[in-house]
Design a protein around this ligand. Structure first.
Ligand code: ZN
Length: 122
């Protein structure tokens, strides 16, 4: 996992990932700047760094891409790119990350566990 300064560019790009086996990127400056702009305190900024890192790490380990938002699982860590709520509205993508409000759903945990138990596919 790379913790980088991206050069704040006015977007809410807090992280990227190039696929399975490739280290993801967390854009520390974007998170600090934009979360702070929306009233985030240091704890919320730290929460966001951790939540984004976990999201990107899941991509790196599983190779799975961003998943469609499921209103029945609104706190799914891997569906937040398609969260229909405003990013800084309660329940929105960045608000969730800042408030440590995200996690994996059961099948995602199982997929992760299978890969971590059997990293070479056997
Ligand atoms: Zn993603």
């Amino acid at each position: 996992m790379n913790f980088l300064d991206a050069g704040y560019n006015g977007t809410d790009n807090w992280g990227t990932n190039a696929g399975q086996g490739v280290a993801g990127n967390v854009y520390v400056d974007n998170i600090e700047w934009e979360a702070g702009l929306h009233g985030g305190n240091q704890t919320q900024i730290d929460n966001a760094l951790g939540n984004v890192a976990a999201h990107e790490l899941f991509h790196s380990i599983t190779g799975l891409r961003d998943l469609p938002f499921d209103p029945d699982e609104p706190r799914d860590l891997m569906t937040q790119d398609f969260n229909p709520n405003g990013p800084f509205q309660p329940g929105g993508q960045n608000w969730n990350a800042m408030n440590n409000n995200l996690g994996l759903v059961a099948w995602e945990k199982n997929a992760l566990r299978a890969l971590c138990d059997h990293p070479n596919g056997h």
